[in-house]
Design a protein around this ligand. Structure first.
Ligand code: ADP
Length: 263
């Protein structure tokens, strides 16, 4: 306990994971979390769409490949340019098919389940989960959970998914930075809702994606899907909150959302 009643934790990632009661519980949670993205409507719609689009896109690839073969038989500059162009088109369609495949893998349908949960514990567990595998990264982690917070009515797995996404994004953003400080806070806001913040000292949001940040498939990462934040936002909104982003005054990024207190 902090002097003013804050449950305060400061330390390095290693301490945080070791602090959890049992590793087994963490692994259970991790398994639960990683095999679901329990967004009923969005999940179902996305899977259906990906499924429906897969077939015409695959057919288009085949037609384009045939077209390409025929065009390579035409002699001259125009023929070879047309062939190249068709080959590029086929490449783009294959990319779309691949995005669909990854999307279907990523989204799993499932029913959300709301329960009254203590937010502090939920945050502690999610933080420990998110930081598994980032041991020894030298990130200073600080959790600040205000005292006597009201409980919230949430789907725990979904909420943890939001936190894990935000924390992992923060960790990645701070890779290679000299100052690596991650702060996760929960406190009452002016309207009596529980506000959760994930604050990092990374480079901030890249200006070229800032306006589209919460849209799906917006990413600056070579291997990124760019769906994490759009899913986080959908989950937070389904819980009656809004996910916001702001610049961290000390450099870096702040993601924040407030959840209505239960009861
Ligand atoms: P992905 O992580 O697959 O790219 P997200 O939707 O989670 O998908 O994030 C989209 C983009 O937002 C990231 O590629 C990154 O450019 C930016 N971003 C997210 N979180 C942060 C952060 N904490 N600091 C800086 N940029 C971030």
């Amino acid at each position: 306990m902090h002097a003013d009643g804050y449950r305060l934790f400061t330390g390095f990632v290693r301490d945080l994971t070791e602090r959890q009661q049992t590793l087994r519980r963490l692994h259970e949670l991790q398994a639960e979390l990683s095999h679901v993205s329990r967004l009923t409507e969005m999940g179902q719609m996305t899977s259906a769409l990906a499924h429906e689009l897969n077939q015409p896109l695959t057919a288009a690839t085949n037609y384009l490949e045939v077209g390409h073969r025929l065009l390579t038989r035409i002699e001259g500059d125009a023929g070879s340019r047309a062939a190249r162009s068709v080959a590029d088109a086929a490449g783009q369609v294959r990319r779309a098919v691949e995005i669909m495949r990854r999307l279907r893998e990523f989204v799993r349908k499932g029913e959300g389940e709301r329960r009254i949960e203590p937010i502090g514990q939920l945050i502690e567990e999610a933080s420990a989960l998110a930081l598994i595998g980032v041991r020894d990264s030298g990130i200073a982690v600080r959790l600040e959970i205000a005292p006597k917070l009201p409980p919230v009515s949430v789907d725990k797995v979904q909420l943890q998914q939001v936190l894990v996404n935000l924390i992992r994004n923060a960790v990645v953003a701070m890779e290679g930075r000299q100052q690596r400080e991650l702060k996760i806070t929960a406190a009452l806001d002016a309207g009596g809702a529980v506000e959760v913040r994930v604050v990092d000292t990374g480079p901030g949001i890249a200006p070229e994606i800032a306006e589209r940040l919460f849209q799906p498939f917006v990413t600056t990462k070579p291997q990124g899907m760019g769906v994490g934040l759009s899913i986080c936002r959908a989950i937070v909104e389904a819980h009656g909150g809004v996910l916001r982003v702001a610049a961290n005054p000390g450099g870096g990024t702040v993601f924040a959302f407030a959840l209505p207190a239960a009861g």
